[in-house]
Structure formats: C-alpha cells, structure tokens
Write a new protein. Sequence first.
Length: 133
Amino acid sequence: MLNGIQNFLQFINDNWTAIFIIISLIIAIVQKARSYFNKSNIEKIEVAKKQISQVVLKLITEAELDYTEWQKSGSIKRSQVIQKIFADYPILAKAADQEKIIEFIDEAINSSLKELRNIVVENTEGQSDNINQ
C-alpha cells in the first residue's frame, strides 16, 4: 500500500508540468463549451457567420478544383459551397430568415471569388517574372 502511494507521488513529481497543462486545457475547453452553449441561437448564428467569412475562400478553392474542366459551372460550385457550409454549421438551419443567410453566404462567396482571382493573377504574374529572369 505504501509502495503504491510512493509510486503515485513519484509519478506526480516527475510529470507535474504535463498534468498541470492537461488540467488547464480541460478547464479552458469546458469554459469555452459552456460559454458557447449558453448563447442564444442568434448569437450562435453570428459566431457561425464570422467563421464562414474565414472558411469560404477555402471552400471556393476546393469547388474550383473539383470543377476545373467544366465550363459555366458557377451555380454548381455555389451550390456545393452552400451545401458544405450548412453541413458544417447546422445552427444556420435554425435561422428564421433563411434568405438573409443565403444572401450573406453569397456576399461572402463573391468577395472570396475576387480575392481568389487576385491571388491567381499575382501567382501567374510571379511565375512569368520567374520565367523571364
């Protein structure tokens, strides 16, 4: 019995930093989860909108890669992005005004498309500069 206690105390002594970090992470995760679940649906939708703004560029790039060989496939790509967003953020289905949500997503898609085009232009200009050197 005394040997078991001694081994336990030795284990704590050897790993106290890791134990402290794990406990701190668990506390932080529980607090974040609690604060999220205490929010109203409207606040959760606002959180989802902020995240969507950051994720749309990635989703558009994936859709562009999926349909690179297809001409005039914009509506299919748009549909794929919207479907993925609603799958990743199910709270959006609970929104009272679905039209506003779709409108918000469309605006995010349009701004991300502009950004994607700028990135492509910069990359092609950079590649042509490298070829000329």
